[in-house]
Design a protein around this ligand. Structure first.
Ligand code: 13P
Length: 249
């Protein structure tokens, strides 16, 4: 059985007070669903959160890191630093990083290796733009993203990776990929992993869907064979909607 995961990507949102209020509510909830919960707040709030949420087995993740361990990289945070705070996960290659910070597949690949070396689990994001889907090259685009950043990993490293398919046209737009569109791409991703690393390994990789996933569409998406959960933006900012999505399995 693959791990089911519902992860919240808070992006650049929330104040310290709001972070504490969210975690107090989450930790006081009686969530006992089958999906593992992960919250990825802005890095400045990470310190202390893994310890605070350990009792309820809630994972804490960063949204990005640098691929070097230390050095003259003003404003950056390394995966070793995340590990030192007991941060378990790190989102890498989010389309907002690719678009606004010009992250290339090559750079994202270096980040994936760096977080794995530090003992942090990458949540690797991939997904096509609207015009790429309209030109019918979406499968090819995602294949390139995966092969450049992940396919030179050793199998035991690859086994640790979580993948999030996030079609860019669905992020923050209110337009969700239909369950068919999402399932088709997830199956494609699993097939690519299988071609590279074998069926057994591909079967064990959790592939999450992201892009306007909400309480009212999550259960239909999560019931698809190759969709193992979600990477949630806007709807992860409130405990109620985040838990409603987690309870959609
Ligand atoms: P939304 O759920 O707000 O569309 O964002 C998805 C996302 O980018 C998660 O990483």
């Amino acid at each position: 059985m693959r791990k089911k995961i519902v992860a919240g990507n808070w992006k650049m949102n929330k104040t310290r007070v709001e972070v504490d209020a969210f975690f107090d509510q989450l930790l006081n909830s009686n969530y006992d669903g089958e999906a593992e919960l992960i919250i990825c707040p802005p890095s400045i709030y990470l310190n202390g959160l893994p310890q605070k949420s350990a009792s309820k087995n809630i994972g804490v993740g960063a949204q990005n890191c640098h691929y070097e361990s230390f050095g003259a990289y003003t404003g950056e945070v390394s995966s070793d630093m995340l590990k030192e705070l007991d941060v378990k996960y790190c989102i890498l290659g989010h389309s907002e990083r690719r678009t606004y910070f010009n992250e290339s597949d090559e750079e994202i690949g270096k980040k994936v290796s760096s977080v794995l070396n530090s003992g942090v689990i990458p949540i690797f994001c991939c997904g096509e733009k609207l015009d790429e889907r309209q030109s019918d090259i979406h499968f090819q685009v995602v294949e390139e993203q995966l092969s450049e950043a992940l396919f030179s990993l050793d199998p035991d490293e690859m086994l640790k990776v979580i993948i999030a398919y996030e079609p860019i046209w669905a992020i923050g737009t209110g337009v969700t990929a239909s369950p068919n569109q999402a399932q088709e791409m997830h199956a494609h991703i699993r097939k690519l992993i299988s071609n590279q690393f074998g069926n057994d390994l591909a079967d064990k990789i959790s592939i999450l869907y992201g892009g306007s996933c909400k309480p009212d569409n999550a259960s239909e998406l999560f019931s698809c064979k190759d969709i193992d959960g979600g990477l949630i933006g806007g709807a992860s900012l409130e405990t109620d909607s985040f838990l409603a999505i987690a309870n959609s399995f």
